[in-house]
Design a binder for this molecule. Structure first.
Ligand code: GAR
Length: 217
């Protein structure tokens, strides 16, 4: 008989960052309000030294690691180092929260439907190679879209192409700059749907079939 207590064990969440870490902060705040279900952030890994996300983690008493891309010869060597770290940390869930470094498919294969990413647009718009950070909002404004938003999805070998977990739309306002739009997308969408997706994962409410996510009741 399946041991349900075993399968619902508290999940070790590893958060990957590269910059300011406002999405990490949203996760830390959700955790302190008891909103991550049976998950806890056990380690924050940054691809860059000295970023503010590391300070946020340290202030919250979370262990940090810095694994710098340029210390490794190529993407494969970097991915292998990250994989070693995930295994040492006994990761159950890996969250890319503003993580700006490419990992190869060995990671997705080692952690199928166990790695999630937050993207600052409504996928399949403004996503894929070259669409990250402010560039995404520049492209949305250049196109003149009236609605944008954010997406949380599982990570697969296809850049921004994995199964979509949650999305939230955000209005574009006249006079928006990439910076004002980025801030509104974060405030109204990212900081809400990322912790919610993590909670759903930790409570084992996400089922994936044929690349489609179903939220279990
Ligand atoms: C966020 O807008 C996140 O969605 C985006 O970078 C920003 C990081 O901010 N991620 C990507 O573009 C990944 N493709 P943060 O460091 O304050 O969380």
């Amino acid at each position: 008989m399946a041991d349900t207590k075993q399968s619902k064990k508290c999940k070790n969440i590893i958060v990957l960052v590269s910059g300011g870490g406002t999405n990490l902060q949203a996760l830390i705040d959700a955790q302190s309000r008891g909103e991550l279900g049976c998950g806890r952030i056990t380690c924050v890994i940054s691809s860059k030294p000295g970023v503010f996300a590391l300070e946020r983690a340290e202030k919250a008493g979370i262990q940090t690691r810095v694994i710098v891309r340029k210390d490794y010869a190529d993407t494969a060597a970097y991915s292998a180092a990250m994989l070693d770290a995930f295994r040492e940390e006994q990761a159950d869930l890996i969250v890319q929260a503003g993580f700006m470094t490419i990992l190869d498919e060995t990671i997705c294969k080692a952690y199928p439907n166990q790695m999630i990413n937050v993207h600052p647009a409504l996928i399949p718009s403004f996503c894929g190679k070259g669409f990250y950070g402010l560039h995404v909002h520049e492209a949305a404004l250049q196109k003149g879209v009236k609605v944008t938003g954010a997406t949380v999805h599982f990570v697969t070998e296809v850049c921004d192409g994995g199964p979509i977990i949650l999305q939230k739309a955000v209005a574009v306002e006249q006079g928006d700059t990439p910076e004002t739009l980025q801030r509104r997308v974060m405030e109204q969408a990212e900081w809400h749907i990322l912790p919610e997706a993590v909670r759903l994962f930790c409570e084992e409410k996400l089922a994936v079939e044929n690349n489609i996510v179903t939220i279990l009741s």
